[in-house]
Design a protein around this ligand. Structure first.
Ligand SMILES: Nc1ncnc2c1ncn2[C@@H]1O[C@H](COP(=O)(O)OP(=O)(O)O)[C@@H](O)[C@H]1O
Ligand SMILES: [Mg+2]
Length: 233
């Protein structure tokens, strides 16, 4: 990982993957001008898919959710560069990849200081040909094997001591090779012990139930049992 420093700006990046300057790469206007925006997705804000030289990236700006988010939107209290959300997510992604968990490769993270606050952005490698579980389950049921893989991937993440504080079915992707990917590690941390681990799984269970009511997704108690069998293997 390289670091670019200029005044109130820091960018941490992988120079093998980032084919443009670290100063330019977070500017959506730049990618638009170059006609290198290849798609978008929405979560809290917009995730822009961009065409780098060798890979595609997913660029997102950190935003707050909830009521508090309406007031301060995208500003976070600054304390140290290595405590910024973007730097932390970059590190967690590297940690998980080293542990063999299917998560996107981090490409670049930025933090920009504004008085006592900062704003942040992240570019990860786009998982090719993947869709999130909500989208998939609105169309079809998933085979048991995939539920086993989902459970196993979450278990690998927990065994690597990562606490995913927002493990919901928007943050789990399945690609066309039927590989399962976990994304969105904002505010997540590396944590010792095990007592917190089950709360990740419980949160996921609530998410399946919520989307079943909201979007009538294909999901059943049987599917959950299979997922748990993968987690507990
Ligand atoms: N690396 C990636 N590859 C493919 N799609 C991604 C990737 N990162 C994000 N996305 C898409 O963008 C959406 C929002 O990104 P996410 O990281 O979950 O941020 P948030 O939920 O905070 O907006 C995801 O639900 C997913 O559809
Ligand atoms: Mg998300």
């Amino acid at each position: 990982m390289k670091t670019f420093k200029k005044g109130k700006l820091r960018v941490w990046y992988d120079e093998a993957l980032l084919s443009v300057s670290p100063e330019q790469c977070f500017d959506v206007g730049f990618w638009q001008q170059q006609e290198r925006i290849v798609g978008q997705a929405s979560g809290r804000g917009t995730t822009w898919f961009i065409q780098l030289d060798n890979v595609q990236g997913a660029l997102r700006h950190y935003r707050r959710g909830g009521l508090f988010g309406k007031l301060v939107r995208d500003h976070y209290l600054f304390c140290q560069w290595d405590k910024t959300r973007s730097y932390q997510e970059f590190q967690i992604l590297n940690h998980l990849r080293n542990a063999g968990v299917n998560v996107p490769r981090p490409i670049a993270a930025r933090a920009v200081k504004k008085n006592v606050c900062y704003q942040a952005d992240l570019i990860t490698e786009k998982i090719p040909n993947a869709r999130d579980l909500v989208t998939i389950l609105q169309e079809n049921a998933l085979r048991d094997e995939i539920y086993v893989k989902i459970g196993q991937e979450i278990r690998k993440m927990n065994d690597a001591q990562v606490n995913h504080t927002d493990l919901n079915i928007h943050n789990i992707l399945v690609d066309d090779q039927e590989q399962v990917w976990i994304i969105d590690f904002d505010k997540c941390g590396i944590k010792s012990g095990k007592d917190w681990q089950f709360s990740n799984i419980q949160r996921l269970s609530r998410s399946f139930k919520k989307e079943q009511l909201r979007h009538n997704i294909f999901f059943s108690d049987h599917a959950w049992r299979i997922l748990m069998s993968g987690y507990l293997q």
